[in-house]
Ligand binder design. Structure first.
Ligand code: PLP
Length: 388
């Protein structure tokens, strides 16, 4: 008889704690409760209509077979043109590998650059799936302690001290999930110089590119061609379910990345690729820009509102659609606090433990992915919960 034994790596992969919050929130909503969702990491917008229509047209005209493994040539060209137009950086289409979401790009990156037994450094807190993608390939993530008063940025002067013969590289994200912090060009340039001197690779996850409200919106590709960069249509273009992203690799990695793309995915979703070609046209970009301004309005409401109710935002929330908040003045355990807040006041948040290890029990992440009215109502409810 078959043994019901899973591969050992499965035990190393942590489930999202927010799932418990989400499941309870859904249950409460099914009972007719008015739950305010600030836990979900996806925009409350959908794909811009012209983009969705381009997807429909692809289906109707039968453009639904596999594409080239690294992506539709016209999409790669459109991404390349957009890098030049909006970020003033020349990226040849050959260096762009289109993937099923940034998730596909991260999996490809882990397979491409980390040997079994090697380690990749990343800041604590960071996007939780990063470490799981590495485990998947037999490598490991090492989370490096950061400090709230440094905006949770990894201290670069300490980088060499964390590096050893098993270290493969450094993975950063800007803007960051969960903090919304944006890394400066000076910081990323220094990170690149240090990583290069140590003989490793640098990956910058730019999935929230374009969603910057304060600070410089640039691409790490403008610093060096040898930096790996990941992006996606999920956030700025509000296309989470279309499952489309990309990775930009240096010239010397194109062949290896292509082999992996062929084998891991055959191709990224075809309909989504045809739709995404439309995404870089001026009318769509203008709509995305007006959404960015809406998000900024919400961000300012949240920052002020949280300050007023005595919950400090610990990192400069300059981008993405998150703020990371220290709740240690009101609880010793952010996870139970989130569950109690949901139960009592029907506001759903994500506990910090999903993103990090050190002091994660002190933090919660707010996603400002609901309208201003709901956001203000959530602040009133949280204030009442704290006062009770
Ligand atoms: C930092 C970061 N990277 C990657 C992803 C994966 O995004 P997707 O696969 O939808 O493109 C997410 C999703 O929330 C994220 O926050």
């Amino acid at each position: 008889m078959q043994k019901h034994t899973l591969a050992e790596r499965v035990a190393q992969i942590a489930p999202f704690q927010v799932m418990a919050v989400l499941a309870r929130a859904k249950y409460l909503a099914s009972l007719g409760e008015d739950v305010i969702h600030l836990e979900v990491g996806e925009p409350d917008f959908t794909a811009v209509e012209a983009v969705a229509k381009a997807g429909v047209a692809a289906i109707q005209s039968g453009n639904t077979g596999y594409t080239a493994a690294t992506g539709l040539p016209e999409l790669k060209q459109a991404i390349s043109d957009d890098y030049l137009a909006r970020y003033d950086v020349a990226v040849s289409p050959e260096r762009i590998i289109v993937t099923p979401g940034a998730s596909g790009a991260l999996l490809l990156m882990a397979s491409l650059m980390a040997n079994p037994g090697e380690e990749v450094l990343m800041p604590d807190p960071c996007y939780p799936c990063n470490r799981h993608f590495l485990i998947q390939t037999g490598a490991n993530a090492r989370l490096i302690e950061t400090r709230p008063d440094d905006g949770f940025e990894m201290e670069l002067s300490a980088l060499a001290g964390h590096w050893n013969e098993n270290t493969s590289g450094l993975w950063l994200a800007s803007p960051s999930n969960p903090t919304g912090a944006v890394l400066s060009k000076a910081y990323l340039t220094e990170a690149w110089e240090k990583v290069q001197a140590l003989g490793g690779h640098l990956l910058v996850d730019e999935i929230y590119q374009g969603l910057v409200y304060d600070g410089e919106d640039f691409s790490a590709l403008s610093i060096a061609e040898d930096i790996f960069v990941i992006n996606s249509f999920s956030k700025y273009f509000a296309m989470t379910g279309w499952r489309l992203g990309w990775i930009v690799v240096p010239e010397w990695a194109i062949e290896g990345a292509t082999k992996l793309a062929q084998n891991l995915f055959i191709s990224a979703p075809t309909v989504s690729q045809y739709a995404a070609v439309r995404a870089f046209q001026p009318d769509v970009l203008a709509e995305c820009e007006s959404r960015r301004q809406i998000l900024n309005g919400r961000r300012l409401i949240l920052l002020k509102g949280l300050k007023d109710i005595g919950l400090p935002v610990v990192a400069p929330a300059q981008g993405a659609f998150y703020v990371y908040v220290d709740v240690s003045s009101v609880t010793q355990d952010a996870m139970s606090w989130c569950l109690a807040l949901l139960e009592t006041e029907k506001v759903a948040l994500t506990p910090g433990a999903d993103f990090g290890i050190k002091d994660a029990h002190k933090y919660v992440r707010f996603a400002y992915t609901c309208d201003e009215g709901k956001l203000k109502q959530a602040l009133v409810r949280i204030a009442r919960f704290i006062a009770s």
